[in-house]
Design a protein around this ligand. Structure first.
Ligand code: B12
Length: 287
């Protein structure tokens, strides 16, 4: 089979390098022959050729929804692409607990919630609550974390208030509704508020997550890490621990350059849970 040229990739529709793409979009006009022509012309205006409108449906009372195929000559050099990702190794559960015990010697306070008017809690619950997601236990399962889940529609002021009160080590903010970039506005407002607030630990770690979140976006609004769809709690646990150790001990260098899923064994069969006492005394007392 012919191999793609990674220095000049094009979309694959029917066969390699044909440049065919599928589109779905809505125009604010009801379906008609003219609407179909408008949809075709619009894609041509964007530079696409061989446009085919394969479906046109009424949406609501006045809009038309289209599915189209069209071709593009444009190519992309895939070898030049680099995407910022949170950098950290993933180590097994018991080793992670040991790292916290040795390097920090106390539980880490993690406060999470969905902020602003956003009412979606399933994502943040998956990360924080003991049940976790896909067999990967949530942060409440780790005795090295004291988890406070403020749940949904938390104001930034409330989040900061709780962070001060509990001397938070990490704030975990979930943003699911992204209409009109509301999530970015919320996150920026939070970072501004945190800058003006005195008395927070200097190492305070800010992590954002949600289905449309990524590391680059999180960095752009002043956060330290961003996690998107499919995130597992064990990834977040590792990021928190390694990043906090780095921040608390002032190590400028990261421990690994691309360890995101390295050594990662999802906790399908979760390790025996240590009680807080068992963990603090370094022993193996299960609960
Ligand atoms: C369930 C649901 C609801 C429920 C929420 C119930 C609840 N208690 O959460 C209800 C019915 C209340 C609801 C309401 C609304 N919803 Co809704 N909802 C959904 C739905 C179907 C599933 C979301 C979900 O639970 N996903 C499962 C979780 C596990 O996935 P996740 O959130 O991505 O989380 C993972 C990662 O993103 C990440 N993660 C998430 N948060 C965090 C945080 C941190 C710190 C980290 C590290 C990681 C992390 O880890 C998680 C695990 O892997 C989605 C559509 C869809 N299929 O996704 C729409 C969806 C999110 N809703 C949507 C909308 C528009 C709304 C409403 C505005 C509808 C309306 N007009 O009223 C309202 C908004 C209400 C409000 N004020 O927020 C849109 C959002 C569009 C957008 N991008 O802005 C979606 C995408 C539907 C759509 N296609 O239009 N909704």
């Amino acid at each position: 089979m012919k191999k793609p040229d990674l220095k000049a990739i094009r979309p694959y529709g029917d066969h390699l390098d044909d440049g065919i793409m599928q589109f779905s979009f809505t125009l604010p006009i009801p379906p008609s022959d003219e609407a179909r022509e408008a949809a075709k012309l619009y894609l041509e205006k964007l530079g696409f050729t061989h446009v085919q409108i394969v479906s046109m449906e009424l949406v609501g009372e006045e809009f038309a929804f289209f599915v189209a195929y069209a071709q593009s000559e444009a190519t992309l050099n895939f070898t030049k692409i680099s995407v910022p990702k949170p950098e950290f190794p993933i180590i097994p559960h018991d080793q992670l607990l040991k790292r916290v015990q040795e390097k920090i010697g106390r539980r880490l306070v993690v406060i999470g919630g969905t902020t602003g008017s956003d009412a979606h809690t399933v994502g943040i619950d998956a990360i924080l609550s003991i049940k976790g997601i896909k067999g990967d236990k949530g942060l409440e399962y780790y005795p090295c974390f004291q988890v406070i889940n403020l749940r949904a529609q938390v104001s930034n002021e409330r989040l900061v208030e709780r962070a001060l009160e509990l001397k938070a080590d990490a704030l975990l903010v979930s943003q699911v509704v992204t209409q009109q970039d509301q999530h970015l506005k919320n996150l920026r407002e939070l970072t501004q508020l945190l800058k003006k607030t005195h008395g927070l630990p200097p190492h305070l770690l800010l992590i954002a997550g949600g289905p449309r979140m990524d590391h680059r976006t999180a960095l752009s609004v002043g956060f330290h890490g961003g996690f998107g769809p499919g995130t597992l709690p064990s990834q977040v646990a590792n990021f928190i621990v390694h990043e906090l150790i780095r921040r608390m001990h002032g190590h400028g260098k990261k421990e690994t350059s691309s360890g995101r899923v390295e050594e990662h064994v999802p906790h399908k069969a979760p390790p025996k849970r240590l009680s807080l006492f068992g963990w603090l005394s370094g022993g193996g007392k299960g609960s």
